[in-house]
Design a protein around this ligand. Structure first.
Ligand code: APR
Length: 311
């Protein structure tokens, strides 16, 4: 079979890590694309990564490019084109500047790679993936936003630390928008099959939920010049891999909802089955009244931002 092709739009902090992970996992050849002003950056990262491929002996190559023609024929596209947060900013503060960038990127995807499975990482996540879907006119199953994998991964990390237990046995679910009112579902999270609520005291669990919700901001405060990049890269690769290898993993992500959770016509975080068909299923979870209320609050935040988007 033909080697797969992965188009990375944006060759900054997340883009560079995506390129490295994609070749280390032998997922396919990578095109690291950026604007002409960043030509040296993407050509440099490509060369640097190709040189280290000899160390471990992987056969995939990275090409740095500023020409959309090189992105054509990509099986997967991951978008990280956009400005990251600085301390004190919310993700919504990035809307105007990143929407301008997304309009350019989405129009080019429509023209050059209309058959790709497209994963958006740029923020504000739920609004950017909505704009992408509308402008690029992608089939609904072929466009998704990456946030939930990272948000659940943060939650799992804090749970494993609190219990001093292996992260491998922690299962967790975070629903909703990629904002401070996302909904970590404590009742549905387990360690080795045992519900979290039986393992961690309520106040400690509440602190973990709060830290998860504000996980992005905690990193922005530390980095000062940008936002998280290792976590977002690894999380996006998990989604890309499930598509490319038809793994059919159930991963949380932002997909177009059509009635699930009482939401219609918006991208919103839910458990998704991702395989060769892209988003093959949106899974619904039975929620109690307080969970429903928390999800509704998160949706109202997403809706407010999305409704302000002028395409
Ligand atoms: N087309 C392609 N690339 C672009 C475009 C464009 N129109 N506009 C900007 N870029 C590139 C920039 O040149 C830069 O190299 O996007 C890259 C972004 O990289 P960083 O500034 O390092 O940002 P990063 O940390 O990778 O985050 C990117 O992901 O998590 C979100 O909030 C974050 O929206 C931000 C995005």
């Amino acid at each position: 079979t033909r080697k797969k092709k992965i188009g990375l739009i944006g060759g900054g902090q997340i883009g560079g890590n995506l390129a490295l992970l994609a070749v280390q996992k032998n997922l396919g050849d990578v095109v690291l694309f950026d604007i002409p002003a960043a030509e040296g950056l993407v050509k440099g990262k490509a060369l640097d990564i190709n040189q280290l491929s000899a160390v471990d002996g992987y056969d995939c190559r990275v090409t740095g490019s500023t020409d959309w023609k090189d992105v054509a024929g990509s099986d997967v596209i991951i978008i990280t084109a956009g400005v990251p947060r600085k301390p004190g900013m919310s993700r919504e503060d990035l809307l105007d500047i990143n929407l301008k960038i997304m309009k350019d990127v989405a129009a080019n995807i429509k023209q050059h790679a209309p058959n790709a499975f497209v994963i958006n990482v740029a923020n504000p996540l739920d609004a950017m993936v909505f704009a992408l879907y509308k402008i690029a006119e992608l089939p609904k199953n072929m466009v998704v936003g990456m946030a939930g994998v990272l948000d659940t991964s943060r939650f799992k990390c804090f749970v494993a630390e609190a219990l001093n237990t292996s992260i491998r046995d922690v299962e967790a679910l975070v629903l909703g928008g990629h904002g401070d009112d996302m909904v970590p579902l404590v009742r549905h999270s387990t360690v080795g099959g045992v519900p979290l609520t039986e393992l961690i005291a309520k106040d400690k669990l509440e602190a973990i939920v709060k830290r998860t919700r504000e996980g992005g901001a905690e990193l922005v405060a530390l980095y000062k010049t940008g936002s998280a990049y290792f976590g977002p890269a690894a999380s996006s690769i998990a989604m890309a891999e499930s598509f490319l290898l038809d793994r059919k993993r159930v991963l949380p992500g932002a997909a177009l909802l059509e009635g699930q959770y009482g939401i219609n016509g918006y991208f919103f975080g839910a458990p998704l089955q991702i395989g060769a068909g892209g988003v093959e299923k949106v899974i619904t979870v039975q929620l109690d009244d307080s969970e429903k209320a928390a999800l509704e609050k998160s949706f109202q935040s997403v809706k407010k931002t999305v409704d302000s988007v002028k395409l």
